[in-house]
Write a protein that binds this ligand. Sequence first.
Ligand code: ADP
Ligand code: MG
Length: 740
Amino acid sequence: MSKNKSSESVKVVVRCRPLNRKEESNGPAGGIVQMDLRLGQVILRNPRAPPSEPQKTFTFDAVYDANSKQRDLYDESVRPLIDSVLAGFNGTIFAYGQTGTGKTYTMQGAWLDPEKRGVIPNAFDHIFTHISRSQSDKQYLVRASYLEIYREEVRDLLDPNHGNARALELRESPETGVYVRDLTSCVCKSIKEIEEVMNVGNQARAVGATDMNEHSSRSHALFLITVECSQPGPDGRKHIRVGRLNLVDLAGSERQAKTGVQGERLKEAAKINLSLSALGNVISALADGRSGHVPYRDSKLTRLLQDSLGGNAKTVMVATLGPSSQHYDETLTTLRYANRAKNIQNQPRVNEDPKDALLREFQREIARLRAQLNHRKWRSKQKKEQVDGEGWDRDGDEETEGEEEEEEEDVEKDAEEYVKLEEQRLEREKEAIREDQFLLAEEKQRLLGEKERMMGDLRKEQEATEQLTAKYKAMESKLLVGGKNIMDHTNEQQKMLEIKRHEIAEQTRSEREMQQQMLVQDEETLELRETFTSLQQEVEAKTKKLKKLYAKLQCIKAEIQDVNDEHVRSRQELEQTQNELTRELKFKYLIIENFIPPEEKNKIMNRLTFDPEEDQWKFQPLVPAESKSSQMKKRPASAVGYKRPISQYARVAIAMGAHSRYRAENIMFLELDMAPPNTATLDRSTEADPNQSPSMDNSPAKDKGICKSRSWCQTPKSITSSSSNVSLAACHTATSTAAQ
Ligand code: ADP
Ligand code: MG
């Protein structure tokens, strides 16, 4: 298992769709895009330029014109990539281009027409055909996920409540690189199942958007397939290779008009192109090769495609063009973009035995279930042996690993037989008990009950075994084993036909590569081959060369001018956006300064934290995450006999003398005075006790002989509670002396 560490560049192919009806009716201008399929060149004509101006030529790994077939594009440009994924590499295909140029057509196509099926359905076919034709010692696990990035939020398209689901977070791990947390992934056992997954996702995408076209041209759709393959290595152990395939249908690359939009619309406009412009920046930075920093973190899309651009992956970019002269600028931008992407170098390598391989877990779980099941069945079998007494025709002595598979079915049969026999036996015994006339009725009942219980146990045991078997089978069926016919069209002829087609595709590709190389070499060796017989000849040759070089110079000058213009344009746009954002910011500041009290502002500021993972400022939750279950901190329980929580110190203080300070009780003591009322002995003439308040003295309550409940502050002798430095002991003595 060799690890390929060499780098390879991103493959870029260009496809131009046919003129549509509307464009055809617009006039005879025709297309502005010409293609040289043999050389892999696109020649672009500027409809506004004078005819003397040289046309722009771009060279790519392959080009596909309006007559190209889906199948050809797949066989030539995508098939090798999918083969690599099946061998354990990461692979990415992304379609880039203006809205309406055929990105979705290329990626998905028309599902029902076999001729028009796009890259994704062809890839499904390819993967499952490959599995069905591989050797039987290979085990596969295929998983699929589907997500979209809309307004810089990652949404799971397989989540049943996609519409109101939370945006998902991106995480990074050293093993798998950047991944989406909590993303649904479905194990698929056949083409039909994976197509179903795709359909579910597509529907969610359509439902989520009011205007499908508008939505799809503003969101990026990523279909992810993980193929895990386990195969015994030379060391006898099973090795797992994991290939991840990203199939990406990007949002339309056209510039969204930003002029005159404000607030929410501005934010949206800024976000729509954020991912795409970030992608452009990443591609530029990588293609340039000199700048150390690659701004992957600028957008969700570039983070997710981090491995695909300049990392551990093989990548194919399909740039789609429209032939109409109206979109010359956009077409040129797409071609420039694609041209730049050619220079990106990736370092693909086989992902071997990663720690997080799901296949490994599945294998372990299956082995565990099988062991459990076998144990149960052996137990039943052994019981049968005991019951029969006579032993079995097949003796299950010591089993070796190899025999296990064959024996397993026998054991299963034996176990079933055992259950049947055991039931019959119990039935017979019950019958015998019923017919036994020497037994007492009570004894009979008891014995019958016992047999009934035994039968119940037996049934329960059987049910449990059946459940376990079902679980085991379900688990096992998820793993696809090579060599088994999961396809119905694997006959030899078809296979041969496919192989021939691949060979042709391969040949075309290498031919084109050779042509391109020859072209380059021609130019280089032109000078060397020339020998001049006369001065005149030399002058002629050199003039020709001069003309050629002059044309080239003009081309490059025009290119520089174009690039400059583009820079100026995008700079103006950025400035405009900046102005709008600055205005927005000032407005927000104004609101904060004038309408939010400073302490509230501080509170808000204190809750802000920076999340380095998401590269964003976030609010800390008001309630700490760890106490989420109980929401709020629980109030400490009151000590028994007290209405409020009370400290040890206060408790001691109360015990020592009812110091008011430590009374954690109600204000009033509702002590019932059980002394009999003594209305008769009241003497009005007696001098008022100086200790008693005059109001008390004349209170009507006293008149009526009602004793008011005492307040706690009327304890026998009040202590000056203000003297805080009075020690507890002092308090105690003071109270006791007062009581005396
Ligand atoms: P995009 O996804 O880039 O916005 P679509 O894939 O939706 O564009 O294509 C727009 C229209 O053009 C569709 O009706 C599609 O059928 C048609 N189309 C695109 N490419 C081709 C092609 N190569 N051959 C024929 N029709 C095409
Ligand atoms: Mg589309």
